[in-house]
Structures are given as C-alpha cells and as structure tokens.
Design a protein around this ligand. Structure first.
Ligand SMILES: [Zn+2]
Ligand SMILES: [Zn+2]
Length: 402
C-alpha cells in the first residue's frame, strides 16, 4: 500500500456528514426559519416551463402546502423545459404530473392540483387560502385576473415572464402597493384588445403565440421568484413596486420602479370575507338572494365581481325570434356563435354580471350560471357590502390542503 492510497482512505472517513436533517444547510443562514416554509401555503399558477422550475424550487426548499393550477396537457415540446415531466407523461394534465413529481422530490409536501382556466374556473377562495401566489403565465388576461383576485383577498403575488434568454420578476403586495394593472402600458392593452372581437366576444381564429423560451432562462427567473417568496415569508424586503429585469445575452440586470395609478380599477380589497356553509352546486340564486335581502334590504343585489365576467344568459335571434339559453362568459363565446343556427340571422346576446331578483333564472344554482366552486360573491346595497365565500366547496377544491 503506498502512501497516497492511505491518504485517500483517510479522506473518505475523515469528515462524514451524519446530519440527518435535509434542511441543515438552510439553517446556517442566520435569519432562516424552516418552520415558516413548512407552514407556508403557496398557490402556483401555470405548470409550464416557469411553473416547473418554481415547483421544483418549492419542493427543494421544503414548502409544506402547494396548490397547482394549469389548463394544459403535456406534449413532447414541453420536455426540453420541464424537469418534472417524462416522455411517458405525454397527454396527461401538466398540473397532475407536476403534483406527483414534487411529492416525489419532497414527500412531506401537501399538494393539490387543478386542471382548468384560471380566469373562469378557479374560485377566489383559493387565493384567500394562499399566503403567496407565484405565477408562471404566458398571457396578460390571466395576469389581470390573478391580480384582481389577489387584491380582493389581500394576497401578495410574484409574477415572472421569460422570452428567449431574457426575463422579468415583479412582486405585487396589496392593498397599498403598485398592482399589475398599474404597470400596464398602452401596448399591453392593445395586445389584449387584439385578442377580442367587437363587444368582448372571442375571435374565431386566435393566433396562439408560442413564446420562445429555454430551460436556462426559466431557471434564472423562477429562481428569483422563489427567492422573493422565501423573503416575503420571512418578512424581509422584496421587489415590491419594482421589477427585476434580466438580459440573458449580456447578463446585465437592473431594477425599474413603478408608480401607482390612482385611477386603476384593480385596487378593491375585500375586508372580512364571510365563510358561508354553502356550495355553488346546491345553492339556488333565489335562496342566497333572499338571505342577502333580509340582511341588507330589498334593493340588495349579488355581484359577480370576477375579471371579464360578463355572462351571456341567452342569444335572441332578431330574424326568427328563437332564443337559446347559454350561461357562458362573453369572452369564451366566439363571434361565429352570433349567427342563428336556424335562419342565419344575427342574434343578440343578453348578458348579466349581477342579479337583483328580477331574473327568469333564479331557480338555477350558482354553479349552473358559471360561478366556480369555492368562489366569493359580493352582496351589495349602495355602499354597504358583504363578501360571501362558498366555503362548503373547500374540501372539493382543496382536498388534502384543507
Ligand atoms: Zn393598480
Ligand atoms: Zn334565427
């Protein structure tokens, strides 16, 4: 045996790491409290390229409670940017597979997944549940919807966006900070407008832009987003009212400051949300309305204060007089549906975004007119408002996170 081999065997047994705690390295950071992460409740919206990196980070950090929302199914082109997906997962919901993978990474994490449209199908109660919302979204409409839900429920949210090698991270903290809508430019509104036909209907042929992104840029941006979440959960200063902008070609980065817009329409915060033992699946409009009128007075109404929530009750044909009951959001109805299927005449949509008791459909349940489970509605008479959450839907929506 020569001396170098002896030395090597010494080295192997020299400094074994018998520390059984998987988070021991974090605890070397003097302000770190692992308990805050274990107890944290985080809503992750979008399980694509950014969402994968966000969720991977949350699992490694030991975050205890995560709700994952995404609409899409996994396809082959996702595999180059999604550490949580495998080839055998093609065709499965991104949210479901991501949930399974993060639990594999950190078995003590409680996870619930949801496949649906975050604008129309996700109840505001999920935002009320969360301590912080982290987004990996690719469109402005969904960001606006998240922003309003976060303001209503007083929940901070962390936005991330990537394109090619570049990216941006922003933290929005209600009720007093700059919100996402405050940061929107004329150009942003034009891009949203271009996706809609006249009257707020959806365009028949919408170009779904595929953003050029890489796993490296999503990893940089999701890293900053999760680091901001850790700081937020520890009460440290975050990128509130500012943006971190990263240029991946030069590796320059800088911080921009935003001004709050006083006339911004997204700054409504619900104080004291009342959790009702009611479900959208079984509560009829007339029953809750009767309760609300008994409390606030006969002129009280119920408002559905969701983003872009103009519901088409029915189409009425101007030519043959036939009508069709719909209960579908205007923005999810395409302009071709205006044509009458019987006589080709043009039809007029009859819409609503609140109910006052004069409607012909008061026997419907809240679910039947398009209100998602675990949502929050507003009972209003003049300046008097009561915020009502359908809390009996909590187990159905939140599952093991209850
Ligand atoms: Zn604003
Ligand atoms: Zn007709």
């Amino acid at each position: 045996m020569d001396s170098s081999e002896t030395n090597r065997s010494f080295r192997i047994t020299d400094a074994p790491d018998h520390d059984g705690d998987r988070f021991s390295r974090f605890k070397l950071i003097n302000w770190w409290e692992q308990e805050r992460l274990r107890k944290a409740k985080i809503l992750v919206i979008g399980a694509g390229a950014l969402g994968n990196e966000i969720l991977k980070n949350l699992a490694l950090l030991g975050v205890g409670n995560v709700f994952i929302a995404d609409l899409d199914l996994i396809e082959n082109s996702n595999l180059s940017r999604s550490v949580l997906f495998r080839e055998k997962d093609n065709g499965l919901p991104k949210a479901e597979v991501a949930a399974r993978s993060v639990q594999d990474l950190y078995p003590e994490m409680h996870v619930q997944w949801f496949r649906g449209d975050v604008i129309y199908d996700l109840g505001s109660g999920v935002f009320e549940w969360a301590d912080v919302v982290i987004c990996g979204l690719d469109n402005r409409e969904a960001r606006l919807s998240v922003n309003r839900n976060c303001w209503k429920t007083n929940t901070p949210w962390i936005d991330g966006a990537i394109e090619q090698l570049n990216g941006i991270v922003r933290v929005f903290v209600p009720p007093d900070g700059v919100c996402y809508e405050c940061t929107m430019s004329e150009m942003d509104w034009q891009i949203i407008g271009a996706r809609q036909a006249c009257g707020g209907l959806a365009r028949d042929e919408m170009l779904t832009g595929k953003t050029p992104t890489t796993p490296t840029s999503s990893s940089v941006i999701a890293g900053i987003q999760c680091q901001e979440a850790v700081k937020l959960l520890h009460g440290l200063e975050v990128l509130q009212n500012r943006a971190f902008v990263f240029n991946g070609l030069t590796h320059d980065s800088y911080v921009v400051h935003y001004q709050k817009k006083e006339d911004c329409l997204s700054h409504e915060t619900y104080h004291l949300i009342r959790k009702m033992p009611r479900s959208v699946f079984t509560t009829k409009l007339k029953d809750l309305l009767a309760e609300v009128k008994a409390e606030l007075g006969v002129e009280a109404v119920i408002e559905f204060n969701r983003y872009n929530f103009e519901i088409i009750e029915k189409f009425e044909c101007t030519l043959c007089g036939r009508s069709e009951t719909l209960f579908k959001p205007m923005a999810k109805t395409s302009e071709s549906e205006i044509r009458c299927p019987h006589c080709e005449g043009s039809r007029i949509p009859k819409t609503f975004h609140s109910i006052n008791g004069m409607e012909s459909f008061l026997e419907c349940t809240f679910s039947e007119i398009g209100i998602p489970p675990f949502d929050i509605v507003v009972a209003r008479k003049g300046m008097n408002q009561v915020f009502l959450q359908f809390d009996a839907d909590k187990t159905f929506v939140m599952g093991s996170l209850c």
